[in-house]
Ligand binder design. Structure first.
Ligand code: ADP
Length: 275
């Protein structure tokens, strides 16, 4: 179980950009998501929880530990994926995977993880030769490779293609019952976590167990088509959030006017943010 606590936490870069403003929450869960648009403060919040940044004001604890005071304790228990600049850039990926196996003492498991993630498809490349998607996959592999530490993944899917995305999701679902991840995509956190913190412009807009909200639906439409749907709460282009009747949605589905629908969850919280 992971317990993330923040009380009146604020942080600014260079005393100018307020990245987090008076943030308070308490979330206790095995799989936690932090969701918010670009620039909403997700990376800053994770960096504070990993002890890389010190809060300007307020209090923060992770499993009862004050991260910036005991970063060593935090990094013994958690494996963040966003320690950029620490990968050995000249090393071949194959040798890096072997090295990780040696360090963790779990060579077989580490190789099987690399295979399941698809890392073996670029074994012969050196780290500096990788595409951004391949490098991201290597970061994810690195964060997932130590069975003794809980992975902390910052926007793990941004550079991944759909196949790599599917492999990472499968590995997370099948092999890990505990992690923290951030994403700007509400459906990612719904798929992979049970509790969520919703950030908007450095403030917490909502936190708690991911809800499945009765009566509110996300409707998937072809962005080029005009569909007459009542009570639209928010328009995300190809996804509309509506407060509408299930019977109507089913008839629109039968007519092929919409592509699908689901009960609204985190996306509705997003929608409320915009109102
Ligand atoms: P997110 O991860 O949600 O995209 P960040 O935590 O990276 O958001 O950024 C929050 C805010 O802080 C943004 O306005 C961003 O421009 C600013 N910021 C982030 N890192 C720095 C930095 N090193 N120096 C100055 N401003 C920064």
């Amino acid at each position: 179980m992971i317990t993330l606590e923040a009380e009146k936490l604020s942080f600014s870069y260079n005393g100018k950009t307020m990245a987090l403003k008076d943030v308070s929450f308490r979330v206790k869960e095995k799989r936690i998501g932090i969701v918010g648009q670009n620039g909403s403060g997700k990376t800053t919040l994770l960096s504070i929880f990993m002890g890389f940044l010190k809060p300007e004001s307020g209090k923060v604890t992770l499993n009862g530990v004050v991260p910036y005071r005991e970063r060593g304790e935090i990094l013994k228990a958690f494996a963040p994926s966003f320690e950029k600049g620490r990968l050995p850039y000249r090393m071949k990926v194959r040798d890096l995977v072997s090295l990780v196996g040696e360090i963790t003492g779990e060579s077989k498991e580490v190789v099987s993880l690399a295979q399941d993630l698809g890392v073996q498809s670029f074994y012969d490349k050196r780290v500096y030769e990788l595409s951004s998607g391949q490098e991201q996959l290597l970061w994810i592999f690195n964060a997932l490779s130590d069975p003794g530490r809980i992975p902390v993944l910052d926007e793990p899917f941004v550079h991944l293609d759909i196949h790599a995305y599917r492999r990472v999701v499968k590995v997370l679902k099948e092999r890990f019952d505990s992690y923290i991840l951030t994403s700007h995509v509400p459906e990612d956190v719904e798929l992979l976590t049970e509790s969520v913190i919703v950030l908007e412009k450095g403030e917490v807009r909502w936190y708690g167990k991911i809800p499945e909200l009765e009566g509110a639906y996300e409707v998937f439409v072809a962005s080029t088509e005009k569909v007459d749907i009542p009570n639209v709460v928010a328009d995300f282009g190809n996804v509309l959030v509506c407060d509408c009747d299930l019977g109507l949605l089913e008839s629109l589905m039968r007519r092929g006017a919409i592509r699908g629908y689901k009960k609204a969850g985190v996306r509705l919280l997003y929608a409320k943010i915009r109102d």
